[in-house]
Design a protein around this ligand. Structure first.
Ligand SMILES: Nc1ncnc2c1ncn2[C@@H]1O[C@H](COP(=O)(O)OP(=O)(O)OP(=O)(O)O)[C@@H](O)[C@H]1O
Ligand SMILES: [Mg+2]
Length: 497
């Protein structure tokens, strides 16, 4: 195969950090090429250069043997390159189909916009993705998974020669991911070159022909998937041997007499109905289910972001009325939302304030902010889960996607909650940090925290949870202790009971 793209000696510096340090990589025409590396390794920066979002300080991009200047996204498109960005870039106030054709509306005679044609074409793309979506709905009203699918559909509909996907399926379930992969393989069959970024190495090994590794802005090499293994790549990514990504050490002392959280007959509209369960003290309780099963809605309702139609919530045996997140926090809840972009970061604040903002009660005394305590807490977390920052006064908006997530996780851990609701905890987090975060989780659990962990990642659910609930179509369909839970069983309940 010929090289379609050659990144030649690319360097990109930001104040205090070299995002890319003289990186040279070739991409072969018609291959699926994975880019892997820790949070902050430089993957998105490299892709954003190819996508015309940012300019390199040095180096060039050679496309089909010719040096090209991709100085803006339009130029990238003209060169046959399209990209699904890590952070979604849709216009929230436009409809699905308007988003897909933004800036390249199909016209019929007389300059009139040809909606019929655009609708038909988009429907086709969604059909190939196995997605049923209302094309007229405003994007703001879609779930993140749906938004991600719209981005993907948009990129595919551009019919580009090179398709870049920066963690395109981070919010998708197994099923949706499989359909996406089938599509990528089909596109590859048609000669499309695909660059794919993901932290989930199992899937990288399933789909990629070759894998390139970046670490701290440096290029470490490209490997044929068939000739390497996950362990080898993990070692390259982390720069050290990880003991084991998912440790199986469990808390022995789940106290089945102390109930931290009890939910009785909770119902909310079409989202879920008659939910009953108990979360014990010092327990990590997993909730598995497919996208749309109602898991996120359940968590949001418990946390007071939405009101239930009926039902009761008890905390350590005491009935509570949670009308808002503020109530929830007062009652000892913390919540890591699924959509961190919308519900979490203060991009205009720096790292330390983002970490400290929810634990001000502890940090401030009689109105005075204990600045030293804040600095101490921030430094502690930055070190503990390896947040890659130049300094704790760096603006959060300049961090890589995964490092932003780590900041939010730290913020909630710093509040020392009693009950922690977590929605897709390790989405977008690199393997090394994942292991650290699980370790922290287990320690917190052993120190008395009760955790409700919603996850679409079966390996995470299987390895980290003391007990597993399965949701399907808004109902709880299984409650499995880890002794009897197997992957197959959990999946079977999630799919059809
Ligand atoms: N606009 C910016 N200003 C300052 N620093 C930046 C900016 N954009 C990126 N960086 C820094 O460049 C480095 C590489 O970031 P990049 O987003 O490319 O990482 P990544 O490999 O995509 O990580 P992740 O897996 O977390 O998405 C990081 O240290 C990041 O903080
Ligand atoms: Mg990135």
């Amino acid at each position: 195969m010929e090289n379609i793209i050659y990144f030649k000696n690319i360097t990109k510096k930001y104040p205090g950090v070299i995002a890319l340090d003289n990186v040279s990589v070739s991409i072969k025409s018609g291959e699926i090429h994975a880019m892997v590396g820790e949070n902050g390794a430089g993957k998105s920066t490299l892709m954003n250069i190819l996508g015309g979002e940012i300019l390199p300080d040095m180096g060039e991009i050679v496309l089909n043997g010719k040096t090209v200047h991709i100085s803006n996204p339009h130029a990238a498109r003209l060169n046959g390159i399209s990209i699904v960005y890590q952070e979604l870039k849709l216009c929230p106030n436009l409809s699905v189909v308007e988003n897909i054709y933004l800036g390249r509306e199909r016209e019929s005679g007389g300059g009139r916009i040809n909606w019929t044609k655009m609708n038909m074409e988009s429907r086709e793309v969604f059909k190939s993705l196995g997605v049923d979506i209302n094309l007229k709905v405003t994007v703001r009203n879609l779930s993140i998974a749906e938004q991600q699918l719209v981005e993907i559909a948009k990129a595919i509909s551009l019919k580009s020669d090179v398709l870049i996907m920066d963690e395109p399926n981070s919010a998708l379930t197994l099923n949706e991911t499989e359909k996406l992969f089938a599509n990528l393989k089909r596109l590859k069959g048609q000669g499309v070159t695909i660059i794919f970024i993901s932290h989930r190495l199992e899937e990288v090994f399933k789909i990629a022909d070759r894998i390139s590794v970046l670490r701290d802005g440096r290029y470490l090499g490209t490997y044929n998937t068939a000739e390497t293994g996950i362990d080898e790549i993990v070692t390259l990514i982390a720069g050290k041997k990880l003991v084991s990504e998912l440790s199986h050490k469990k808390g022995k002392d789940v106290k089945f007499d102390a109930i931290a959280l009890e939910v009785k007959d909770l119902c909310r509209g079409k989202y879920f109905s008659h939910i009953n369960f108990q979360l014990y003290e010092k327990e990590i309780l997993g909730i598995y289910g497919l996208q749309g099963a109602g898991r996120t809605e359940l968590l949001e309702t418990i946390f007071g972001m939405e009101n239930p139609d009926r039902g009761e919530i008890f905390i350590f045996g005491r009935r509570v009325h949670i009308k808002s997140p503020v109530d929830a926090i007062k009652n000892g809840f913390a919540m890591l939302p699924e959509d961190r972009r919308r519900n979490g970061l203060f991009s205009n604040l720096d790292v330390k304030d983002n970490i400290g903002i929810s634990s001000m009660r502890e940090i401030s005394s009689i109105g005075f902010l204990k600045r030293n305590r804040l600095l101490e807490i921030a430094r502690e977390f930055v070190k503990m889960i390896g947040i890659k920052v130049r300094s704790i006064t760096q603006m959060v908006r300049n961090l890589s996607g995964g490092n932003q997530q780590k900041v939010i996780i730290s913020r909630w851990l710093a509040t020392k909650p009693k009950i922690f609701l977590m929605d897709e905890l390790t989405r977008g987090i690199d393997v090394g940090a994942k292991a650290e975060i699980y370790k922290i989780l287990r320690k917190l659990r052993d120190d008395g925290l009760s955790i409700l962990l919603v996850s679409s990642e079966l390996p995470e659910i299987m390895a980290e949870c003391d007990r597993i609930l399965v949701m399907r179509n808004g109902m709880l369909v299984a409650d499995l202790s880890r002794e009897i839970a197997t992957k197959e069983k959990v999946l079977r309940f999630a799919l059809k009971g």
